[in-house]
Design a protein around this ligand. Structure first.
Ligand SMILES: [Fe+2]
Ligand SMILES: [Fe+2]
Length: 160
């Protein structure tokens, strides 16, 4: 089994994602389910290929799959999800075989994924931030008018 499938199969990943999907079952706005995590991963990987960036496919998928995993902790306990997610990543990644350097790179990308213009963002962190926003089909969203994203941030079509 490769390291990405190991993440998908990890008990902590499965438990947190199931909890989050239950918590967001009636959410009108964007959800943070497996489809979102895969949308982010695939968009990031397209950009790595298009822009010839020095980031591995496994690192891209690991960061994308784990970036919102802390949302159940945010909804239930008020912990910012980038912090809860970074902590979960540091539990899961070493167990599925990522090196210490890769774990730190992915943790930092998760920690910065909500902050626009975060200082010293790594190539991985920049990709994660961009893909997380760009993957949302705002132009097709029935809840768009009530969404708290400013209009200038909402995606108006497929531009990437
Ligand atoms: Fe997030
Ligand atoms: Fe996200």
């Amino acid at each position: 089994m490769n390291r990405i499938d190991h993440i998908l199969d990890h008990p902590l990943f499965r438990e947190r994602l199931a909890r989050l999907e239950a918590l967001e079952a009636d959410r009108a706005f964007c959800r943070h389910d497996l489809s979102h995590l895969l949308d982010v991963a695939r968009l990031m990987w397209i950009w790595v290929l298009e822009e010839d960036l020095p980031v591995s496919r496994e690192t891209v998928y690991a960061a994308a799959l784990l970036h919102d995993l802390g949302r159940a902790d945010q909804l239930e306990r008020g912990i910012p999800h980038e912090e809860a997610g970074a902590e979960l990543a540091l539990k899961i990644l070493p167990e599925v075989g990522f090196t210490e350097n890769a774990c730190e790179e992915i943790r930092d990308a998760i920690l910065g994924h909500r902050r626009s213009g975060a200082a010293a963002r790594s190539p991985l962190g920049e990709l994660l931030y961009r893909a997380d926003k760009a993957c949302r089909p705002c132009w097709h969203c029935p809840a768009s008018a009530a969404c708290n994203w400013p209009d200038e941030m909402k995606n108006t079509g497929i531009t990437r």
